[in-house]
Design a protein around this ligand. Structure first.
Ligand code: SAH
Length: 485
């Protein structure tokens, strides 16, 4: 280890920055964040200082520093291209007893600046000892994506209760278990989801209980998580985190295998799957199962295709939980229509085509399609139909019967966002026959509206394929479309 990593208490202490460019600005910025009073010496300040000028602990002197300017300074950053000025400032700062950092001159530094991942109060500092700042920045970028922005909330939560917990639970081992349970359990999740007040209140209660009875049976919880339309890359960080914590997962036919692979390996898997005809496990039974498992103290993951509140009956499933007082949380997902739109190059709204988009279900009750045709047949509107593949023939017929133009463009995106995605493009009058010929398997989204014509320009998967035909047939839709031409 070439340097000693430490975190310096700077609140209220003086620090000096010499230089007026972007590096100097960044240094002044972190110093202010850390609570220091910063004086910057520079004959001119770059634009990068603009926001700092407002900070009460920032002062600008439009001149070179003099030796007495460094008196009382804890730290000094020198970031100027004027070598003479840099050498003078460094010498003066050192003789005033400050620790000095000269930008890009590691040999002249008392300390080096790490790359910082800031989840205050959680802070990660990365150093390569000056050997490879670029590697440090790359690692920083990876950590930034790995560590949810909300992790700082966990640190804040813990910090606020450390003394209380130490008092309530004297045994270090029991205390550690307690903290693990807090951070990995419902209270930590509560904090991560942004509900600081509830997290504080629950933690205070947990501490009281722990003090009274020492040991605490775990409490179960249900995570209702949107798994997106298929491509695992479309999961949210939060979904992934909850998937990694689950003791048991309830999934169905729409849950992609690639997504299931990301669920914690040890988690028990329960299929509550449905096929359109032989019906799913009745909603009531799924809800009862969720309640039962949570009561056993388990972390229950209910994975739903797309977004749980979009034709997902997620609302119904959690009603039962709420009624039984089971803790639960809902994590949104990319819904099939937006996934399909992006992966098929069909924007759902567009200035020249559609100012609104409606999402409807084409699943008819008892074979009848009950849709509000007046609302659907608005001009300059896109209609996205879920669960409509089986009824496509009847749906398109009804559209036309209610006054829609048979030439109105329509597309069906089958297995959207998956490697097996297929897109059939046509018009209201033709698309059903084309889909039948293509023998689409579903699940599929139907998109109706002139935005469909933008696909030629905007399907990036198709474009990529045209550029590099050797990469394999990513989008069978390409051949589909070629046939149409
Ligand atoms: N909650 C889900 C929708 C559930 S309803 C969501 O937000 O996406 C089931 C319907 O969603 C299917 O009939 C189909 O219309 C659509 N769907 C789900 N996954 C899909 C996919 N990968 N491609 C196309 N449509 C999909």
């Amino acid at each position: 280890m070439r340097h000693l990593p430490i975190f310096l208490e700077l609140s209220g202490r003086a620090a000096v920055v010499v230089g007026g460019g972007v590096v100097a600005a960044r240094r002044a910025e972190v110093l202010i964040k850390a609570g220091a009073s910063v004086t910057t010496f520079a004959t001119a300040l770059s634009e990068d200082f603009r926001e700092l000028l407002e900070a009460p602990s920032f002062r600008h002197e439009a001149r070179d520093p003099e030796p007495k300017d460094f008196e009382g300074a804890a730290l000094c950053f020198v970031a100027t291209e004027d070598l003479r000025l840099a050498a003078d400032a460094r010498a003066a700062a050192k003789s005033a007893g400050a620790l000095v950092n000269v930008a890009d001159r590691p040999r002249l530094c008392d300390f080096i600046m790490p790359s910082i991942v800031d989840r205050s109060p959680l802070v990660i500092a990365i150093s390569t000892g000056g050997a490879s700042p670029i590697l440090g920045r790359m690692l920083k970028a990876r950590l930034e994506t790995l560590i949810p922005a909300a992790y700082g909330r966990l640190a804040r939560l813990t910090g606020g209760f450390r003394l209380a917990v130490a008092k309530a639970i004297p045994s270090p081992i029991v205390r550690r278990r307690f903290w693990e349970a807090v951070l990995e359990g419902p209270i930590g999740e509560r904090a991560l989801s942004g509900d600081d007040r509830a997290a504080d209140a629950e933690l205070a209660r947990a501490i009281e209980r722990a003090a009274a009875e020492r040991a605490e049976a775990p409490r179960g919880e249900v995570y209702l998580v949107g798994a997106g339309p298929g491509d695992p890359d479309l999961l949210t960080f939060r979904a992934l985190r909850l998937m990694q914590k689950a003791d048991v997962v309830l999934y169905d036919r729409l849950t992609d295998e690639g997504v299931m692979n990301l669920v914690r390996r040890e988690a028990e898997r329960i299929y509550v799957g449905k096929q359109p005809d032989d019906h799913e496990l009745p909603q009531g039974e799924i809800s009862a199962l969720l309640v039962k498992l949570a009561r056993q103290g388990k972390r229950v993951l209910r994975l739903k295709g797309g977004d749980p509140f979009m034709f997902g009956r997620g609302g119904e499933e959690i009603e039962a939980l709420a009624a039984d007082g089971i803790a639960f949380q809902v994590c949104p997902g990319v819904t099939a229509a937006t996934g399909a739109a992006a992966y098929a190059g069909i924007p759902l709204t567009h200035r020249d085509h559609a100012q609104s988009c409606v999402f409807v279900t084409g699943h008819g009750k008892d074979g009848k399609i009950a849709l509000d045709w007046g609302a659907l047949l608005q001009p300059r509107q896109t209609v996205a139909i879920y669960m409509g593949l089986r009824n496509l023939e009847a749906l398109t017929r009804e559209f036309i019967a209610h006054g829609a133009d048979a030439d109105l463009p329509a597309a069906v995106v089958d297995n959207a966002t998956r490697a097996t995605q297929r897109v059939v493009v046509g018009a209201l009058g033709t698309v059903a026959a084309k889909v039948r010929a293509a023998e689409l398997s579903g699940p599929a989204i139907i998109i109706i509206g002139t935005v469909v014509t933008l696909r030629d320009k905007l399907d990036w998967r198709l474009q990529a394929e045209l550029r590099s035909p050797a990469e394999g047939d990513l989008s069978p839709a390409a051949s589909e479309k070629d046939r149409e031409r």
